[in-house]
Ligand binder design. Structure first.
Ligand code: NAD
Ligand code: USQ
Length: 407
């Protein structure tokens, strides 16, 4: 028996957002290890590419081709519904009632912080889409009356990055309060959120929805507080070029490490925001799919509170990543002014004992970086549109209300 299906009991799993960067390789992995997988996606991410006139560096195929190739290669069928879970509640509920899943994995949110900060329209879209998507999932779970385990992809960004040197716990903070009678009483609370963008704020709100529905309707929920995902392919997406995963590099959707790798590969300066003193949490896409599998296999029971895992494997300072990529490739580093409103320097220490205790064996930067540069960034460099690289979405606009313009 291979390590991936050691504990396998086949389940019916609906993957919301299964066409996206994390959702597609996760769907293939869960199908490969023997689960029945159904994807729901409204293809909004592909439409946003059209809107931004930006494309994945890798040549991703239409959903129909992806599923046909997977069937040819694995013999396994993945069903697909094109539905907007934020806007088409009745259709979504009908799918849940018809399919009767054991598990729902929820990736289906607008996930770019810069995109969420571009304009009022983008802020409102991100709030409407993400809040309604998550709330509709919870309502449908209750209304169906089915016993479904929800696994949601949250973010490390809900914690904020000013933790005064302490290790960020997995979701909950132990506190002590003083009662009227002067006694000290211990309590556990959700770690106070400190989001850094409208997008990150939706993930903070998601946490409250989960806490409420867990308390009121005893829903079984796992929330995965994921760090920045890097890398492109997994064991499954590597099997045929037509299964390739997306690779975002544009100023809105490209995440920092993949952007640096791509920039170095195409001869663009590596764009460090500010001093690059920001420290963030990271995880490779192969570990993402493995973590989701582990979360499914370790489902909470009715008595449990919302189970929260920190889904990250390493922390790095942005300028250190830039230097690492530069040493590996000879790429030049450019320190550019920071379009975001964020702390210029921060330390970050994170607990991730839960996944390690469940058997996660993390892929480290040392193992995967060079392979990523050679097999993906350099291979598809000819598809890059250099005009899409600069990050142009600013967090605060020049003139703040009530603040006099500087002379
Ligand atoms: P993505 O944009 O590539 O994928 C999200 C998918 O959800 C897309 O295919 C999109 O079409 C779909 N979707 C969005 N709204 C929908 C709706 N209303 N109805 C149906 N489908 C909808 O994003 P990703 O990088 O795969 O991220 C997936 C999840 O993981 C997100 O919730 C994100 O917040 C979280 N996450 C991502 C990262 C990262 O580095 N990529 C890190 C931490 C957490
Ligand atoms: N940065 C640069 N140069 C760049 C791009 C980014 O220095 O060219 C800096 C940013 O200023 C920021 C850091 O790198 O300080 C991370 O930026 P990012 O775009 O890689 O990550 P972020 O906006 O936080 O969002 C990404 C995903 C989001 C997920 C989050 C996890 O898009 O969906 O929730 O990572 S976390 O950061 O842990 O909250």
């Amino acid at each position: 028996m291979n390590a991936d299906n050691r504990h396998l009991e086949s389940k019916k799993i609906i993957v919301l957002g299964g066409d996206g960067f994390c959702g597609w390789p996760t769907s293939l992995h869960l199908s490969n290890v023997g689960h029945e997988v159904i994807i729901i996606d409204n293809l909004s991410r592909r439409n946003i590419d059209n809107e931004l006139e930006a494309e994945s560096l890798t040549p991703i195929q239409p959903m129909g081709t992806r599923l046909k190739v997977w069937k040819e290669i694995s013999g396994k069928e993945i069903k697909f519904y094109n539905t907007d879970i934020a806007l088409e509640y009745d259709h979504f509920l009908k799918i849940i009632n018809d399919e009767k899943p054991d598990v729902i994995v929820h990736f289906a949110e607008q996930r770019s912080a810069p995109y969420s900060m571009k304009s009022s329209k983008n802020k409102r879209y991100t709030i409407n889409n993400n809040m309604n998507a998550t709330h509709n999932v919870l309502c449908a779970m209750v209304e169906s009356g089915l016993d479904i385990h929800l696994v949601h992809l949250g973010t490390m960004g809900v914690y904020g990055y000013g933790t005064a040197g302490m290790k960020i716990p997995e979701g909950y903070l132990d506190i002590e309060v003083e009662t009227e009678a002067g006694e000290r009483v211990k309590q556990q609370i959700l770690y106070p959120t400190n989001p850094g963008s409208v997008y990150h704020m939706t993930k903070s709100q998601d946490q409250l929805l989960f806490q409420y529905y867990n308390k009121n309707d005893r829903l079984r929920i796992t929330d995965l507080h994921q760090g920045i995902v890097w890398g492109t392919n997994t064991k499954e997406t590597r099997q045929d070029e037509r299964l390739i995963n997306r690779f975002d590099y544009d100023g809105d959707y490209g995440t920092v490490l993949n952007r640096f790798l791509m920039q170095a590969a195409v001869g663009h300066p590596i764009t460090v925001h500010g001093t690059g003193g920001q420290t963030r949490a990271f995880i490779h896409i192969q570990d993402t799919v493995r973590c989701v599998q582990l979360a499914i296999e370790n489902s909470p029971s009715y008595e449990d509170k919302v189970m929260i895992f920190n889904q990250m494997t390493e922390t790095h300072r942005v300028r250190d990543l830039a230097m690492l990529v530069s040493e590996l490739t000879g790429g030049e580093i450019a320190y550019v002014s920071n379009p975001r409103n964020e702390a210029p320097e921060n330390d970050l220490h994170v607990r991730n004992d839960l996944f390690l205790s469940k058997g996660l064996e993390p892929i480290t930067l040392d193992e995967g970086l060079l392979q990523e540069v050679t097999n993906v960034a350099r291979k598809y460099a000819h598809r890059a549109d250099h005009s899409k690289i600069p990050a142009t979405s600013t967090w605060t606009k020049d003139q703040l209300p009530g603040v006099p313009k500087e002379k």
